[in-house]
Design a protein around this ligand. Structure first.
Ligand code: ZN
Length: 374
């Protein structure tokens, strides 16, 4: 889709006749300090100027695209010091829940292999140093359970090593279990979950409901299951989706739903009520209005939350762990889409979370850089 978009841009450039010979002649006259003379650029000069124009136009286009701070979705403020139940977003769909005694985490994806490794299907493996740094830097020292929303590499790739290094249980599908076995996680730490069954850790209760992956073209070829453990490093395609889940997290201080991918199964979540929904928004901008409306009905309105936090909007192909800006080439949000989503989740408040900052699950003041939608 990205290359189609780029092709479209190139086509536009041709259509706009930017490469008109006279235009090039003027530029060349200027560059060669011979104003007024009509000079026919050589083929080499034409190619050079064409490339230059494409680069300049593409750069201008990319820099004109909005940052996540500019799309109009307010940021949640940091939790007050006395907050009993905190949630910290660590990029993509990684969320660390902490009640002061117990931590549980979704995904735990920090490795972020480069776009080229993915494009050429080069073998990749969890970045142990990045995982160690995340454990130390984010003070992940009471982790009891870790559960990927599905088994794609951008969710489940590092789950096993987080579990290995912290002693946490891994909860998930058979595919997730096989991913864990590939990293030699002891069997005692691997729990293949049953749909609808509650799993308790400290004061947290975690329940898994079946869901679907967002219908993205990038899902083609990775929508199967991980049938058996594999040897690392391996191309990203070994991390097949397996079962996708909506994860319901209950706690005496507040309840949440983590919806990692923008998919749903009609009726699955009715009867559950939560304070907050962590809403997967990757690719949602490209869905039809009908799809988006159904998705919001099934994953937000059915649960009547007061807060909805967007997740999975960041560009995990570029940048290290901690860089959570959206892709400027393939936007997750522009201002129009942000307003649509803000309005479609009403009466819940739509917010985004700053990276690595604890937010209170239940009592969430809106930050200063907000745009209030009435
Ligand atoms: Zn996925």
């Amino acid at each position: 889709m990205q290359s189609n978009e780029r092709l479209g841009i190139r086509k536009n450039l041709w259509n706009r006749k930017i490469l008109d010979r006279r235009f090039l002649t003027v530029i060349y006259s200027y560059v060669s300090q011979r104003p007024g003379q009509t000079i026919m650029p050589t083929l080499f000069q034409r190619i050079f100027l064409t490339i230059l124009l494409v680069i300049v136009t593409a750069s201008l286009w990319v820099t004109s695209r909005p940052d996540m701070s500019e799309v109009g979705i307010p940021y949640a403020e940091e939790a007050p010091a006395n907050s009993q139940l905190r949630v910290r977003w660590l990029g993509v769909a990684t969320l660390l829940f902490d009640d002061g005694a117990t931590q549980i985490m979704t995904d735990g994806f920090v490795s972020r292999p480069s776009a080229l490794n993915l494009l050429f299907k080069r073998p990749i493996a969890p970045d142990i140093e990045a995982i160690t740094d995340a454990i130390d830097g984010q003070k992940i020292n009471r982790l009891a359970a870790i559960m990927p929303v599905h088994s794609h590499y951008d969710h489940a790739m590092d789950t096993a090593d987080f579990a290995r290094m912290t002693g946490a249980d891994i909860l998930g599908s058979l595919s997730t279990a096989n991913v864990a076995r590939s990293s030699s996680v002891p069997e005692a730490q691997i729990k293949i979950v049953n749909i609808g069954e509650p799993y308790s850790y400290g004061r947290f209760t975690i329940t898994f409901y079946p869901s679907k992956h967002a219908p993205l073209s990038t899902n083609i070829g990775i929508s199967g299951s991980v049938e058996e453990p594999f040897t690392l490093p391996a191309p990203y395609t070994v991390w097949q989706e397996g079962q996708s889940y909506s994860i319901h997290i209950e706690h005496p201080e507040g309840n949440a739903l983590v919806q990692g991918s923008a998919g749903y199964i009609p009726g699955t979540l009715s009867g559950i009520s939560v304070d907050a929904v962590f809403l997967g928004t990757g690719g949602l901008i490209d869905m039809t209005p009908e799809y988006m409306s159904d998705y919001i009905d099934e994953t937000v309105h059915a649960l009547a939350p007061s807060q909805v936090y967007i997740i999975h909007q960041d560009d995990f192909f570029l940048g290290e762990f901690g860089d959570v800006e959206q892709s400027k080439i393939k936007l997750s949000f522009d201002q129009t889409f942000a307003i649509n989503l803000l309005q479609s989740v009403l009466p819940a408040r739509l917010m985004q979370m700053p990276f690595g900052v604890d937010v209170s699950l239940t009592d969430v003041p809106i930050g200063k850089q907000n745009t209030d939608i009435k």
